[in-house]
Design a protein around this ligand. Sequence first.
Ligand code: HEC
Ligand code: HEC
Ligand code: HEC
Ligand code: HEC
Ligand code: HEC
Ligand code: HEC
Ligand code: HEC
Ligand code: HEC
Length: 458
Amino acid sequence: MQLKSLVVRSLLASVLGISSTLAAKSTEYIGDLTHKHLKVTRGLTPEAKRCIQCHSDKTPGHVNDWKQSRHAHVGVSCIDCHSVAKDSPMAAQNCPGVKGTHTYVSVLVSPKTCTKCHPNEVEEFNHSGHARAALQVRSKKSMQEMIHHYEGRDHPTLSDAPEATGCIQCHGSIIKLDKNKEPTPDTWPNYGIGTVYPDGGVGNCISCHSGHKFSIAESRKPAACASCHLGPDHPDIEIYNNSMHGHIFNSEGNTWKYDSAPDAWEPGDYRAPTCATCHMSGIGSLKSTHNVSRRLKWNLWAPISKLRDGGYETAETTFENTGKMTKGNPLAGNPNGSKAGRAEMEQVCKSCHITLHTKNFFKVGDEQVKLYNEYAKDGKAMITELSKKGLMLKDKWADPAFRIWFHLWHHEGRRMRQGALMGGPDYSHWHGVFEVQQDIRELRAIYNKRMKSGKIEE
Ligand code: HEC
Ligand code: HEC
Ligand code: HEC
Ligand code: HEC
Ligand code: HEC
Ligand code: HEC
Ligand code: HEC
Ligand code: HEC
């Protein structure tokens, strides 16, 4: 097996204890090291051992999970991830075991820590749609209004609850610290994917690699995505279960091999693709990536689907470097545009299917997306005209016309598009286009009535 420079780097970084920038210069091939052969015998310092000893008594769950991880096997321990410099905004001594010592620890572990040993994963993640997830929830006034005004009733003490128990658990939060440098209840704990840390780090690696096992095998299974990608507005796990791939996974996936080294996980280890196979993993000559937007052609969540020709996402440059909240780029995807994104996705299919199978599948899938756009343009035009004529209620969530339009694109329209392109016929059809055609009829009836009478119906 060809050893990737990254493994060499992380190895060197951990074995020699040198910084990743130094280690990054070394890309030599240092031997045949698959996961099974990988042996690093970096001794733990007495201080590092103290964390483990005391915590195996105080918080045995963490220590047991960590013991099962690659990190334990290669000698990366509590102190490597939780200790922070004294001048870090997160520096604290709230752990009684370090109080009064020269060691500062934080309960938070930002991707800025992971990047010391895993620079490629963090950089790729920063270019993905996942990196904008927490910011996006807060960058739009209308959404904040829905959460705090409509859902939270502008309640003086309770209006944060919907966001804290809902949105941020999937999208991530912008973590705030209290006087003791402990994260606040409205921003932590969460496993939301785009969490922004006080040190400027963006992203939540535990979203897919739950702590403290940090397992590659876990992240390759559909369950790693299913905790967020479900429900009426993005039923990706339901679509997967409906597809022939999900059918095969559900009947025999428990017998497959998930712990192969990165870029060495290939058909044979599995018979059908999981979410990770299509969106992230290396397969054939295609390289593995933490940028889940890279292989996409369309934007399938927006009211109208456009081609992803906006280059890379920019979370890293817009937030990390400036600390300012900036809207993410909804058309970001492959650095070489939507055609290149689709070509990479087709490369995945072609490891198992012939070219004709793949081309035919995407031809009709793309047609379903374009058909959806026809409906959406009609719906949007009606809503725009009603608004212009003052024929929409001020409280839009009380207005049936607005609610139908919202469901058309946000729920059934996403199901129609995502069902079509991931092979889930029930979602493409019954939960998708069938309901979209019902919605447009209902919306048109309201539109006709209001335009004719010049009034909003009772
Ligand atoms: C590879 C890095 C890494 C290592 C090694 C590591 N942790 Fe963590 N730890 C994390 C991350 C990431 C989180 C989640 C933080 C968040 O929610 O922002 C976390 C969370 C925690 C928490 C708070 C979460 C809870 O459920 O209570 C404690 C306490 C903790 N770790 C202790 C430990 C101890 C003790 C060890 C050593 C046995 C250890 N950690 C090793 C990365 C690490
Ligand atoms: C003598 C015992 C002891 C030692 C040694 C010790 N800890 Fe702790 N640590 C604790 C206890 C007890 C808690 C609090 C647990 C709770 O609140 O339930 C804690 C809490 C923590 C927390 C959460 C802090 C917070 O903000 O609430 C982290 C992170 C942590 N320890 C990491 C470490 C690391 C890293 C080391 C080694 C440098 C270490 N601990 C050494 C006993 C110890
Ligand atoms: C001090 C260096 C270091 C730090 C910090 C570190 N790791 Fe690792 N990590 C390693 C090494 C070394 C390996 C094993 C070599 C390999 O598989 O590439 C590894 C392996 C992994 C794996 C693969 C596990 C498997 O099952 O094969 C994951 C996932 C991972 N780390 C995630 C993280 C995350 C997330 C963080 C931050 C919360 C983090 N690491 C912080 C050094 C580190
Ligand atoms: C903790 C929740 C969470 C998990 C786990 C998660 N995602 Fe996501 N995902 C999100 C959120 C939130 C978004 C929307 C981000 C945005 O655009 O603001 C998203 C967006 C996406 C997108 C679209 C990106 C874009 O540019 O529009 C893809 C593709 C995706 N996820 C795939 C995956 C896959 C594959 C997995 C599992 C390997 C996964 N996700 C795991 C929450 C999650
Ligand atoms: C169960 C997890 C989950 C919850 C809860 C959740 N979302 Fe999402 N959200 C997602 C996923 C997954 C996507 C990506 C859908 C796709 O790519 O098709 C997404 C997409 C979005 C998008 C479009 C992406 C973008 O960049 O603009 C917005 C906006 C959004 N969510 C806002 C919210 C708000 C506001 C809340 C709370 C009121 C919320 N979400 C609650 C998982 C969730
Ligand atoms: C959306 C889910 C998801 C998130 C979030 C995620 N990972 Fe991963 N990660 C994966 C998958 C899937 C793989 C396996 C890829 C493959 O099969 O090639 C993986 C593999 C890895 C590996 C092993 C690769 C190697 O070369 O050894 C490391 C290290 C890693 N991730 C670190 C991270 C870090 C650090 C973060 C946070 C910035 C992170 N991951 C966030 C899904 C995720
Ligand atoms: C057989 C390959 C395959 C599998 C398996 C798969 N997907 Fe997809 N996924 C696709 C394709 C193809 C698209 C449409 C890409 C395009 O052309 O834009 C897509 C689109 C998406 C989108 C929509 C992005 C947007 O623009 O809104 C999300 C989210 C997503 N997938 C998540 C998942 C999750 C989560 C799973 C597992 C439950 C999964 N996918 C399984 C191939 C796959
Ligand atoms: C790891 C191998 C693998 C990959 C990768 C893969 N598939 Fe499949 N796919 C299968 C298997 C196996 C079946 C069941 C074949 C059968 O029943 O003859 C299947 C079935 C299908 C079916 C149902 C129709 C049929 O022939 O059974 C479609 C559609 C499909 N795949 C499309 C895709 C697309 C599109 C991609 C890429 C985005 C893809 N597949 C990637 C293995 C794979």
